[in-house]
Ligand binder design. Structure first.
Ligand SMILES: Nc1ncnc2c1ncn2[C@@H]1O[C@H](COP(=O)(O)OP(=O)(O)OP(=O)(O)O)[C@@H](O)[C@H]1O
Ligand SMILES: [Mg+2]
Length: 281
């Protein structure tokens, strides 16, 4: 099924303290895509993500899931949270069980009555996220990166239709960042939609199908990574650095078309060679 999985129509959110975190946000998230949300500290990313599975309710405006308005009734919210999995920015807000094993099985037990099925899904998740050595530990005694992996494992085990991750690779080392993105890609390969917030522009550029750029509670632009990241003035306005490959390409070849930006270092080297050969001939 094509179309948008979630829509925000003119959404404003003000915290009880009075802080205006979102201001008239219109956003459509295309189903089955990898989407990266970027913005400086305080831009409103986490607030937007908390609205998506109904933890926060807009002060003004509407959210729609698969074309239907969100209804903030207990039963509807329970149903919504099965479909929209949310990884919190701060793992301590997520972890509730006494052991890693129980943390991962908690959500699954709410979804399935079949105990053997739950056990096999927990084992699969423990394996995928390399949690074997800490499976019986208390989540609160883990390092920040280990906590993040446990949270990710418990949400991804439930295979939500829309997976929303608030800074999934913060605190993760290189190896576990790679593992995490492989798992996110596998999930997207099964038709799920993945939305992440991140400060890693290079990763977002290489990974995302769609990029959303925020500033002070508003959306500046939504578009393909090449389109968004090549817009230097908008990036500066948002307080975000351009990805290194985009910056280098624009510096070396000011007339380069945005569709030709290399996505990785191999493509960059190839382009460099092609241009040098053309210069020599
Ligand atoms: N619990 C809260 N109570 C009051 N104001 C809040 C709360 N959480 C966030 N805010 C305010 O809302 C605005 C948006 O914050 P938010 O956490 O959504 O930003 P963010 O883009 O996720 O930033 P970061 O990159 O630091 O995670 C900020 O001005 C912030 O001070
Ligand atoms: Mg945040």
């Amino acid at each position: 099924m094509d179309g948008n999985i979630i829509e925000l129509n003119n959404v404003t959110y003000q915290y009880p303290s009075g802080a205006m975190a979102l201001n008239g946000v219109d956003l459509k998230l295309p189903r089955g895509k990898k989407i990266a949300l970027l913005g400086a500290n305080g831009a409103g990313k986490s607030t937007l993500l908390l609205l998506l599975n109904g933890i926060l309710k807009p002060s003004i405006g509407l959210l729609k899931y698969q074309g239907c308005n969100y209804r903030y009734k207990k039963k509807d919210l329970k149903d919504l949270r099965r479909k929209v999995g949310l990884l919190f920015q701060d793992s301590d807000h997520q972890l509730i069980a006494p052991t890693v094993y129980e943390e991962i099985s908690f959500g699954l037990c709410n979804l399935y009555d079949d105990k053997a099925l739950v056990r096999s899904k927990v084992e699969e998740s423990i394996h995928d996220f390399c949690l074997e050595r800490i499976r019986n530990k208390s989540p609160h005694q883990l390092s920040a990166g280990q906590k993040k992996r446990v949270c990710l494992a418990s949400i991804i085990a439930m295979q939500p239709e829309l997976l929303v991750c608030d800074e999934p690779s913060s605190n993760l080392d290189h190896k576990h960042t790679e593992i995490t993105f492989k798992i996110l890609n596998k999930l997207q390969g099964k038709g799920k939609t993945i939305l992440i917030s991140t400060h890693d522009v290079n990763r977002a550029y290489a990974w995302a199908d769609v990029v959303v750029l925020m500033k002070e509670g508003e959306i500046l632009i939504t578009g393909a990574p090449n389109e968004v990241f090549s817009n230097k003035s908008l990036m500066e306005k948002a307080g975000i650095k351009q990805p290194i490959l985009v910056e280098a390409s624009q510096a070396l070849w000011p007339d380069i078309d945005q569709t030709e930006f290399p996505k990785d270092i191999t493509a960059f080297k190839k382009l460099l060679n092609q241009v040098s050969c053309a210069d020599l001939s």
